[in-house]
Design a binder for this molecule. Structure first.
Ligand code: ADP
Ligand code: ADP
Length: 223
């Protein structure tokens, strides 16, 4: 079965109030195992809302979410959090690395929280950093890294616990075009090497064209 199925997702905010906004109106989308799908839409169309529902950070008002064929729709908050931690890696436009910790520590900490030992976690962190070309920056804190390096470290952190599904919201949107291009290349190499399934929201049509498939969010539906 698919890595991700979103079936007829409905979502609104402030329902029943004058400020009501209906964002998703039956959005349906599947990401096959190992597939990298670009999600393209103008700002405000609901990309973040869709990614948060796909990643179990938020719940839909209607429709179904499945991870690897497993229905996530009726889960308790606790089970949903557990499933999110086990299944999903998130990447955002801004990296949200912990400023007081080194690049290495930022990748080690989520693994320790997940029950791995220090040595194993550190070995995995160093391997990930090397794969995205920042092995030499392991002991630097985020403020000592360039924007592109910070984002590469954030990719490693998102993959630290071996998620099955990667969800990214404008992962290089904060970088200048040349850096964005390189950093996106590093992300794609990492995704391909690990056989990850990914849904990546972007405004950038050149980046979208480098993925397996491009879908658009239009009037609350995926087209
Ligand atoms: P995108 O990521 O495509 O820019 P979002 O999913 O962030 O779009 O937002 C879609 C729409 O939902 C926007 O009109 C936004 O203002 C609205 N919205 C998002 N989150 C909330 C919220 N928590 N409360 C009310 N409206 C929201
Ligand atoms: P928490 O312990 O805060 O619930 P986790 O440690 O399970 O979160 O985090 C899993 C992923 O979900 C991380 O990549 C984190 O950045 C993201 N995440 C957690 N909560 C939110 C949120 N409210 N908004 C956006 N992303 C979040």
């Amino acid at each position: 079965e698919a890595a991700l199925d979103l079936v007829g997702i409905e979502k609104g905010y402030n329902r029943g109030k004058p400020s009501e906004v209906i964002v998703l109106r039956g959005a349906t989308l599947s990401v096959a195992r190992g597939e990298v799908v670009a999600l393209v839409a103008p700002s405000g169309a609901g990309k973040s809302t869709l990614l948060h529902i796909a990643g179990l950070l938020d719940t839909a008002d209607g429709g179904a979410v499945r991870h690897g064929g497993r229905d996530m729709t009726g889960l308790s908050d606790r089970s949903r959090t557990e499933a999110r931690r086990a299944d999903v890696g998130f990447i955002y436009q801004f990296h949200h690395l912990l400023p007081e910790f080194s690049a290495l520590e930022n990748i080690v900490l989520p693994q320790l929280a997940n029950g791995l030992g220090q040595r194993e976690a550190e070995a995995r962190a160093r391997d990930l950093l090397a794969r995205v070309g920042v092995a030499g920056r392991a002991d630097h804190r985020p403020a000592q890294l360039s924007g592109g390096e910070q984002q590469r470290v954030a990719f490693c952190r998102a993959l630290a616990n071996g998620p099955k599904l990667l969800l990214a919201d404008e992962p290089t949107g904060n970088l200048d075009p040349a850096t964005s291009d390189q950093v996106f290349g590093a992300l794609m190499d990492l995704v391909r090497e690990t056989g990850l399934s990914a849904l990546i929201a972007t405004h950038n049509m050149e980046l979208a064209a480098r993925m397996d498939r491009v879908v658009r969010l239009d009037q609350g539906r995926v087209v």
